[in-house]
Design a protein around this ligand. Structure first.
Ligand SMILES: NC(=O)C1=CN([C@@H]2O[C@H](COP(=O)(O)OP(=O)(O)OC[C@H]3O[C@@H](n4cnc5c(N)ncnc54)[C@H](O)[C@@H]3O)[C@@H](O)[C@H]2O)C=CC1
Ligand SMILES: O=C(O)C1=N[C@H](C(=O)O)C[C@H](O)C1
Length: 256
């Protein structure tokens, strides 16, 4: 009997010469169920996506271009797995409207593809309602162009939602005099501090404080290889999840 093999999923990577894109190209090439059909960089025409016959576009570019890239993919019937930062509420709303007109298309926006990071953020959010105080410290390599990190914004949003649902008051803070930036920035009521330091890749601590105790959730990506299992998970699952999914946890069974 001849075994019927299913055709590999055709994948295009945008931002293929970047730190993440280059790693994603290698990961797709190494996966026997996937076929890399396009690897595009800045200045390449998006029409190469359509001519490549890609089923799925992986966007690892820059905040200025990611929205147009994803719009092109959706309008041309391709699913998208997006790691690029910069997806604020206005962009998300516009993408949701676009997807409503393309109900069979899936888009995953994953602020962080590292499974440990996704877990740390989810656990920290769940725990945060039991503590008076919460602050986030994110630490990254000095080439990073945006601050705070997309992961920190997402973590703060998850924390804020948990604390709001549980009627937890704002974190106590008596500061009345401040050198600008000393207390970080405010993301939905959560203070976020950004460190940029040579030698780092991507790291985050969520500090939870209560009377006489502290609980810290820390995650470290020491290498961009840490993001690749999540990228592949996204690529393999996005077609089965039409509409917009924000956060890789949407494809995981965290039981939280
Ligand atoms: N979700 C996640 O787990 C992770 C997300 N990121 C995010 O991914 C993005 C990329 O990060 P890096 O690879 O470190 O940056 P990078 O600067 O090394 O790479 C970005 C690449 O995109 C290219 N590019 C810019 N505009 C383009 C366009 N219109 N079409 C095709 N290519 C274009 C640039 O020339 C560059 O090669 C950032 O937003 C970063 O925050 C980074 C690491 C992990
Ligand atoms: O630019 C980076 O490097 C990273 N960007 C993402 C973010 O902003 O959260 C994910 C990870 O932290 C690495």
């Amino acid at each position: 009997m001849i075994e019927q093999l299913s055709a590999p999923t055709r994948v295009a990577v945008l931002g293929a010469s970047g730190r993440m894109g280059a790693e994603a190209v290698k990961a797709v090439e190494a996966a026997s169920d996937l076929m890399l059909v396009a690897a595009l960089g800045r200045g390449d025409s998006l029409d190469q996506l359509a001519t490549s016959g890609a089923d799925i576009v992986v966007d690892l570019t820059v905040p200025e271009s990611t929205e147009a890239n994803v719009r092109y993919a959706v309008e041309h019937g391709m699913h998208a797995v997006v790691g690029t930062t910069g997806w604020d509420s206005t962009r998300i709303a516009a993408l949701e409207a676009l997807l409503a007109a393309h109900p069979e298309t899936g888009v995953l926006i994953a602020p962080n593809f590292a499974l440990g990071s996704v877990l740390a953020s989810a656990f920290a959010a769940k725990a945060s309602k039991y503590f008076e105080s919460v602050e986030i410290i994110e630490l990254h390599h000095p080439e990073k162009v945006d601050a705070p990190s997309g992961t920190a914004v997402r973590t703060a949003q998850l924390i804020a939602a948990e604390r709001k649902a549980a009627d937890v008051p704002p974190s106590p803070d008596a500061t009345t005099s401040e050198l600008a930036g000393a207390r970080g920035c405010d993301v939905e009521g959560v203070r976020v501090h950004s460190v940029r330091l040579r030698g780092l890749v991507a790291h985050q601590e969520v500090l939870l404080g209560g009377p006489g105790e502290q609980l810290t959730f820390r995650h470290d990506s020491f290498d961009r290889a840490s993001f690749m299992p999540g990228v592949l998970l996204g690529v393999r699952n996005v077609a089965a999840h039409p509409g917009l999914t924000v956060g890789l946890d949407g494809y995981l069974d965290l039981g939280l």
